[in-house]
Design a protein around this ligand. Structure first.
Ligand code: NAP
Length: 274
């Protein structure tokens, strides 16, 4: 993680113009996470900022935001750079999901093209605790292999977009929970589809795992509180959890872990002491 002192973030150094410094800072938040939504709430109604929240459009019914929102891709890094210039965006906060690696790479490239600062708001990954039975999987295909040959009852909580590789292991019985309907994303004989959206609750997660006779849980290492109760429930039940590691994100980007720290970074960029 690269950390620069506050002084390097001062907007006067970035833009060198006092009049401009006093104007509201135009910010693009690349969202899709609880942290992006929290930052949107923190920025709403603040006269120093003109924020815009961008969503990929992965959910058909996104939660409303208290700041202007746009939905859909930008057509690659060059498209994002064009958008930034056209909308006179002065800084991007990449608060995308930890597994949205393409967008983060695009944001880094677009900011280089447009010559504006970029901050990554990345929640820390989960770490195993005493009592956890984690099986580390570097990628989704490794998680499929880790299930083994013998049929098992699997709680699959990796998101609709990541189901494809599990079609290679059709012998298992899958309980799949997603926000959106899975459609034909997992063409295997035994699938129970559950639609629900975070935040979840440890007692309810445990009840679900017991009711469904789950033998193993598969999850991405998303981090954060909202989906952590499945880890707690698996620990309480002594179940193994196959944990898929995060993809690589651009390394040369300044990073914070909380919406509060992102707000402080933006205030410093605007020229106000955080
Ligand atoms: P991705 O693979 O990083 O991005 C694919 C494309 O989606 C990007 O190139 C971009 O299209 C568009 N995109 C992504 N985030 C965007 C945003 N905030 N605003 C506008 N466009 C955006 O990400 P993904 O396909 O969304 O998801 C990859 C993984 O992240 C999956 O495991 C998924 O389950 C997980 N995830 C994503 C979200 C989410 O909100 N995106 C939420 C939860 C989990 P252009 O190139 O056209 O700009």
């Amino acid at each position: 993680m690269q950390r620069r002192p506050w002084v390097a973030l001062d907007r006067r150094k970035c833009f060198g113009n006092k009049a401009r410094m006093e104007a509201p800072l135009r910010i693009l938040i690349l969202g899709g996470t609880t942290e992006a939504s929290a930052l949107a709430v923190a920025l709403s109604g603040q006269p120093e900022f003109v924020p815009l929240l961008s969503l990929a459009g992965r959910t058909s019914d996104p939660r409303p935001a208290p700041i202007p929102m746009r939905i859909g891709g930008f057509e690659g890094p060059e498209g994002l750079a064009r958008f930034v210039v056209g909308e006179r965006i002065e800084a991007i906060v990449d608060a995308t999901h930890p597994f949205a690696a393409v967008m983060s790479m695009n944001a880094a490239k677009a900011c280089r093209i447009a010559g504006i600062p970029l901050l990554a708001l990345r929640r820390p990954p989960w770490q195993p605790q005493a009592g956890d039975r984690w099986i580390d999987a570097p990628a989704m295909s490794d998680a499929v292999r880790a299930l083994g040959e013998a049929p098992q009852r699997v709680f699959l909580t990796v998101g609709r977009l990541e189901l494809g590789p599990f079609a290679e292991a059709p012998q298992h019985r899958y309980v799949v929970r997603t926000i959106e309907p899975i459609g034909d994303a997992l063409p295997v004989p035994h699938v129970t589809a559950i639609r629900d959206r975070p935040p979840f609750d440890a007692a309810a997660e445990r009840a679900l795992m017991e009711r469904e006779g789950i033998a193993v849980v598969v999850t991405k290492n998303s981090g954060g509180r909202a989906t952590y109760p499945k880890i707690e429930a698996a620990r309480a039940l002594g179940l193994p959890v196959i944990v898929v590691a995060r993809p690589r994100k651009p390394a040369d980007v300044e990073e914070v872990e909380t919406p509060e720290a992102a707000l402080a970074w933006l205030m410093a960029l605007h020229g106000r002491t955080p």
